[in-house]
Design a protein around this ligand. Structure first.
Ligand SMILES: [Zn+2]
Ligand SMILES: [Zn+2]
Length: 131
C-alpha cells in the first residue's frame, strides 16, 4: 500500500496485535476500517466518537486519495473544537492519520481503555515523534 500523502510504500507495524500501515517518510498511519476499535477496544467512548465524526466543510486543505480505492477522502472532525481532523475514505475503507494525529484523536476522544494503550502507541511512535 502506498502513502496517500507522498506515495512512499508503507510498512506494516504491529500495534496491540493489530497490523497497521505506517509511512516511514511522513510518519502517517493508515488504519483499515474497524482497526481503531481493535487497537483501542470497544467502549462507550469509542461508539460515541465514531458516531460523532462529521465531515468538515473547510475547503482549505487539499484532499488526499484513499490508498485502497483512490477516491478523494473526506476531512472529518474528531473533537469539539474542530482542531483534530483526519482523512476518511468516503466508501469506508479506513482512516488516515497524519504524523501524531492518532495520539491527538485518542486523547481528544478519550478512547484509550487504559493508560497502557496510550503508552503503547506513544512508544511505537516515539522515534518518529522525536524527529
Ligand atoms: Zn507518507
Ligand atoms: Zn477507499
Amino acid at each position: 500500500m502506498n502513502c496517500p500523502h507522498d506515495e512512499s510504500v508503507m510498512i506494516s507495524l504491529e500495534l496491540n496485535e493489530v497490523e497497521i500501515d505506517y509511512c516511514t517518510k511522513c510518519s502517517g498511519i493508515w488504519l483499515d476500517s474497524g482497526e481503531l476499535e481493535l487497537i483501542l477496544g470497544e467502549s462507550e467512548a469509542m461508539r460515541k466518537f465514531l458516531a460523532s465524526l462529521s465531515v468538515s466543510g473547510s475547503p482549505g486543505e487539499k484532499k488526499l486519495k484513499c490508498p485502497i480505492c483512490d477516491k478523494p477522502m473526506d476531512k472529518v472532525i474528531c473533537d469539539d473544537e474542530g482542531k483534530v481532523i483526519v482523512d476518511r475514505c468516503p466508501k469506508g475503507d479506513g482512516l488516515w492519520f497524519d504524523k501524531g494525529e492518532l495520539l491527538d484523536v485518542v486523547e481528544a476522544g478519550n478512547l484509550a481503555g487504559s493508560a497502557e494503550t496510550i503508552e503503547l502507541i506513544r512508544d511505537m511512535l516515539k522515534d518518529s515523534l522525536e524527529r
